[in-house]
Design a protein around this ligand. Structure first.
Ligand code: CDP
Length: 227
C-alpha cells in the first residue's frame, strides 16, 4: 500500500556515480524499500526493442508500458543488481549491458515514457520508508523527499568504476569507449527537456571521486540522522 507519510530518501546523480550500490546499502541499513528507477527505463528500452517499437516513438512505448506487468525482487540487497520480472519473465544481466543503458537513456528523454512511469514509481513509497535511486527522484517523482542527495564523481572515475563492474561480470570493453559512452549519456540526461538530470533544490551534493562506497554510505546515513 502506498503511504504518503512514509519517508523518502532521494538519491540522484549521473551514470556510475555509485548511486545504485549506495542506495541498496542505505536501504538495507535502514530497513527501507528500494526503488531502482533506472531499471524501469532499462525495461522500457529493452521491451520496446524486443517488440520492434521505434525507440523514438513515445506514445507507442507508453502504451506498451501501460500493458506490461513489471515486478521487482530486491530481497538480496547485497547483490549487485536486483532482479526484475517483465510479464513473469526473469530479467537479469540483459538489462545491465551498455546497450540496454543506451536504449534506456534514449527512451528516458520522451515525455510520454516518463509520464507512463510516474505512478509505478510513486507506488514504491511505503512504510517504513523508501530509498529512491535515479535522476529525477528529488526533483520530479518525490519532490517532498525528507532527504535529497546528489551523488557525483568525475567522468574518468565513473568510467573506471563501470569498467571494473563489467570486468567482474566477464564483459570486456575498452575504457576509452566507456568514457565516451558515459559522457554521451551525461550530455543526453542533462540536456533533455523533460526531467533533466540536475541537482534538486535542497539536495546535498556528495562527490565520491575520492571516496569508497562505505564512506559514501556513512555520509548519507549521517545526513539522514542529523536531518
Ligand atoms: O546504472 P546507470 O546509472 O548507468 O543507469 P541507470 O540508473 O540504470 O539508468 C539508465 C538510464 O535511464 C539513464 O542513463 C537515464 O537516461 C535514465 N533514467 C532516467 O532518465 N531517470 C531516472 N529516474 C532513472 C534513469
Amino acid at each position: 500500500m502506498v503511504d504518503r507519510d512514509a519517508s523518502v530518501i532521494a538519491i540522484d546523480g549521473p551514470s556510475a556515480s555509485g548511486k545504485g550500490t549506495v542506495s541498496k546499502r542505505v536501504a538495507g541499513r535502514l530497513g527501507f524499500h528500494l526503488l531502482d528507477s533506472g531499471a524501469l527505463y532499462r525495461i522500457a528500452g529493452f521491451a520496446a526493442e524486443e517488440r520492434h517499437i521505434d525507440l523514438d516513438d513515445g506514445p507507442s512505448i507508453a502504451a506498451m508500458l501501460d500493458r506490461v506487468d513489471i515486478m521487482f525482487c530486491n530481497d538480496d540487497l547485497e547483490s549487485q543488481d536486483g532482479v526484475v520480472y517483465l510479464d513473469g519473465r526473469r530479467l537479469g544481466p540483459e538489462l545491465r549491458t551498455e546497450e540496454a543503458g543506451h536504449a534506456a537513456s534514449r527512451v528516458a528523454k520522451l515525455p510520454e515514457v516518463r509520464a507512463a512511469l510516474v505512478d509505478r514509481q510513486r507506488a514504491f513509497q511505503r512504510l517504513p520508508g523508501l530509498v529512491a535511486d535515479g535522476r529525477d527522484m528529488g526533483s520530479v517523482i518525490f519532490p517532498q523527499a525528507e532527504l535529497k542527495i546528489y551523488l557525483d564523481a568525475s567522468p574518468e572515475e565513473r568510467a573506471k568504476r563501470r569498467y571494473n563492474q563489467l570486468k567482474v561480470k566477464g564483459i570486456d570493453v575498452s575504457l576509452t569507449a566507456l568514457l565516451a559512452d558515459i559522457e554521451a549519456r551525461d550530455e543526453r540526461d542533462r540536456n533533455r527537456e523533460t526531467a533533466p538530470l540536475a541537482v534538486a533544490p535542497g539536495a546535498h551534493v556528495i562527490d565520491t571521486s575520492q571516496m569508497g562506497i562505505e564512506e559514501a554510505v556513512s555520509a548519507v546515513l549521517e545526513l539522514w540522522r542529523s536531518r
